[in-house]
Write a protein that binds this ligand. Sequence first.
Ligand code: NZQ
Ligand code: ZN
Length: 393
Amino acid sequence: MENFQFYSPTEFVFGRDTEDKAGELVKKHGGSKVLIHYGGGSAERSGLLGRVRASLDKAGISYTELGGVKPNPRDTLVYEGIELCRKEGIDFILSVGGGSTIDSSKAIALGVPYDGDFWDFYCGRAVAKAALPVGTVLTIAAAGSEGSGDSVITKEDGGLKRGTGTDLIRPRFSILDPQLTCTLPAYQTACGATDIMAHVFERYFTNTTEVEVTDRLCEAVLLTMIKETPRVIADPNNYDARANIMWAGTVAHTNIVGVGREQDWNSHGIEHELSALYDCAHGAGLAVIMPAWMEFVYKHNALRFAQAATRIWGCQMDFEHPEVTALEGIKRFRSFLHSIGMPINFAELGAREKDIPALVEKFGIGGGRTGGFVHLSAEDIAEIYRIAAKAEL
Ligand code: NZQ
Ligand code: ZN
């Protein structure tokens, strides 16, 4: 195991009706003038925003609102949010929604105290020194942004999707009420489940040895997702299954399952080019990319992939040919994704094979990020897109 520091200062408030505590939590964490930031309307329609406003009113906290965050959140709304916060003297951002809304909130939080362009933090031109505090009321179990120090934003001009990471934007508190996720369409539920599993796999495939505790934590989250996802697809109102998935999504991405080990993250980088170009859901893009990445890299450590196959997917170990077991595990992963309604190739995602050179080129802009498990060249990345394009069950 490698040395590590683990900092996860977020106060998680979990369970039924916990959104009614939004006002008291903002107050506890020092907010007095709040920006409520939200998405395209689901939080208004479900009545959640009304309850959050009532909670702030009860706590005597004034607020301004900015809605309209789109999935794959854009820089344009971030600029608007920064201006609004400065004009209104906002000292706390309350994010009501999913990963996109939370990431947009975090970007605004970084931009308000910064003299330059907030995009500097996303293209590696500057390192953040300050941010407004952010709290969240989560409505979809997926990105894990409610507990992470990351934010991913798409620049409209040029369609670049890029992330930044700093502990400054880890939420001060996150309210997790599983009931709020019951209104999710099955497709969004499945996209979220795929993203949660991908966050674990990005950490599971590592070159670091002797990481038993984090291996086992990763496996626990993955086994939970395999059990609970079909239950919520079949019965969207199953509170207990929703609750397990919601906590799994947070645990998967605070990094508690990934400390002390080298991590990969190439699949995320490769996927982000798909959601930037086609505006598809991040989880759907991962369903197409991650098994393809696995098929491309498994020989790097077939035994680790065989371990995943036996412990997570229940495959029989072929001791003479561990690569056969490894491939069986990858196959079962893809079949599982298909069974919950995810696309498994370019055609099902709405992507085009002819765009592969452009996808690879954009991946390279900004330094050509490469993974920790296997370092990939531009040609390797093109091959992964080609495998993903043609994948079948
Ligand atoms: O905008 P509204 O109307 O709220 O609709 C949303 C949106 O259309 C809808 N939705 C959310 N909660 C709902 C609901 N519909 C009905 N009932 C509810 N309770 O779901 C759609 C997707 O929402 P979005 O916030 O985009 O989903 P998600 O949480 O998957 O976030 C995806 C974004 O997070 C980034 C992704 O790249 C993507 O841009 N990521 C952020 C990470 C981070 N900050 O740590 C890590 C991830 O790897 C990921 O990259
Ligand atoms: Zn993700």
